[in-house]
Design a binder for this molecule. Structure first.
Ligand code: DX5
Ligand code: ZN
Length: 214
């Protein structure tokens, strides 16, 4: 399992320390949650802070857009050379065009599905993306309860991926911890995002990340 800790749960007064800690602890990606206060009822960070994260991160960035006007935000973050930029299918009228744009900027495109959006909604995008992110909470905040129906959804998505683009990864985001990680693995999930579990673990980020690497 690849692990992408979400810096949303970091201490923003000690952001460099907390980004370096997850990279040194062996995370695979640094997950960055960009929220605009419109698509979701929360407002997080923009290019000034994300570029500070990019400077101290020694692992690739996985930028998760939760915004209206995806294309505008892709232009803002592309210069930071993230590994992935993911956008919500619920907020994009022309997803193939946006996927092509992200790829043309040298970034791997990924699509995000809210908990109620069926995997079949993106069947005909699968051959064009490198990853699908399944939300296991409604986006907007860290520390929410895991929605268990994502397990069945991951299995359905895995079957579609096997048919359309076997190299496409499945990522799950929201409420991930050491209790649900095994079930996620068995459902075919490749990457997990974890915010509060990693940063609020009583024995520190290293032990938290290790416990998710199943
Ligand atoms: C929620 C964000 C998540 C969040 C995960 O909208 O997309 O990445 O930070 O936090 P936890 O792991 O605490 O649910
Ligand atoms: Zn996220």
């Amino acid at each position: 399992m690849l692990v992408a800790p979400s810096v949303l749960s970091a201490d923003f007064g000690n952001l460099q320390r907390d980004v370096e800690a997850i990279c040194e602890a062996g995370c695979d990606f640094v997950h960055v949650d960009v929220m605009d206060g419109h698509f979701v009822p929360n407002l997080t960070i923009g290019p000034v802070v994300v570029s500070a994260i990019a400077k101290c991160a020694t692992k690739p960035l996985d930028i998760h857009l939760m915004v209206e006007n995806n294309s505008f935000f892709v232009d803002l973050f592309a210069p930071l050379n993230p590994e992935y930029i993911s956008f919500h299918i619920e907020e994009e009228k022309h997803p193939h065009r946006l996927v092509q744009k992200i790829r043309s900027l040298g970034i791997k495109p990924a699509i995000v599905l809210n908990p109620h959006t069926p995997p079949e909604a993106i069947e005909f995008l699968l051959e064009d993306v490198d990853m699908v992110l399944l939300m296991s909470v409604n986006p907007g905040f860290g520390g929410q309860k895991f929605i268990t129906s994502v397990i069945e959804k991951a299995k359905r998505l895995k079957a579609l991926i096997n048919k359309r683009n076997p190299s496409c990864l499945i990522e799950v985001d929201g409420g991930v911890n050491d209790k649900n990680i095994k079930e996620l693995k068995e459902a075919g999930v490749d990457v997990v995002v974890a915010g509060s579990f990693v940063y609020k673990h009583p024995n520190g980020v290293k032990e938290a990340i290790s416990s998710l690497k199943v």
